[in-house]
Design a protein around this ligand. Sequence first.
Ligand SMILES: CC(C)=CCC/C(C)=C/CC/C(C)=C/CC/C(C)=C/COP(=O)(O)OP(=O)(O)O
Ligand SMILES: O=P(O)(O)OC[C@@H](O)CO
Ligand SMILES: [Mg+2]
Length: 255
Amino acid sequence: MNPNAIAQSLQSFALTGNKGLAWLIDPDDVRDLIAFQELLISLTEAPIDFILVGGSLVQQRNLDQVIRSIKSVLSDIPVLIFPGNAIQFSELADGILFLSLISGRNPDLLIGQHVTVAPLLAKTTLEVLPTGYMLIDGGNHSSVQYISQTLPLPADKPELMLATALAGKYLGLQYFYMEAGSGAHQPVPASLIKSFKKHIQAPLLVGGGLRDLTAVKTAYQAGADVVVIGNAAASNPGLLHEIGDFLTTIRISSN
Ligand SMILES: CC(C)=CCC/C(C)=C/CC/C(C)=C/CC/C(C)=C/COP(=O)(O)OP(=O)(O)O
Ligand SMILES: O=P(O)(O)OC[C@@H](O)CO
Ligand SMILES: [Mg+2]
């Protein structure tokens, strides 16, 4: 496999204006492997660009098993670790979002966990994607906020988000993830996404509280390159098909 395949794919979304779809699987939610395999099989036709695997907590040691299951059914979709901490590491993944929580001031999540896992990463072929992770206030307390013990960026202060993102860019971060928090009451506002994209060309992932196609379209129209769907995919896997149909239509009409 091309060692930069994921980076190139993310860059091409940002360069071409094509839109991407990522499905977030929390390994803690995978308790019944047979039901999980059935869910994967039901999604073989959905045009999912990336599968993210991770969570704020680790309650079971099943990361390898979950990735093996994904690979056995959806072998062509890159699997990226979306780590809450350095424990969430598997050589079976294709890449890792090497998150630095730049909206916060917790050194362990800016550089600490990274030092712990870097020597292991150096021994693998995982693609490492240096990513500025910005937690945005989604109207409720998220697991990320609690676990990280950090304050989210205010949702109505684009200038604070932009200063943070620019600092991340100048530090060399190449990808950005605007996160309202899993299950956010309000997703990241379009105004923040627009403000980011007006000033920064880097690929932008947006997630947290995107529950329906309307919310996803709003994020795309504002400039999100990739949207991340977690909870809503678990309660309604049909949403991934709906987004897929929408993407197929816009990809055809832009050709
Ligand atoms: C680079 C390495 C190894 C670690 C970086 C670790 C960092 C910066 C973490 C940021 C803070 C954090 C706790 C992120 C978690 C992100 C994540 C996987 C969220 C998924 O959603 P959950 O927060 O698990 O949602 P639920 O509460 O719905 O389970
Ligand atoms: O579970 P949801 O609300 O879709 O959030 C997805 C992701 O952004 C969480 O890290
Ligand atoms: Mg979780």
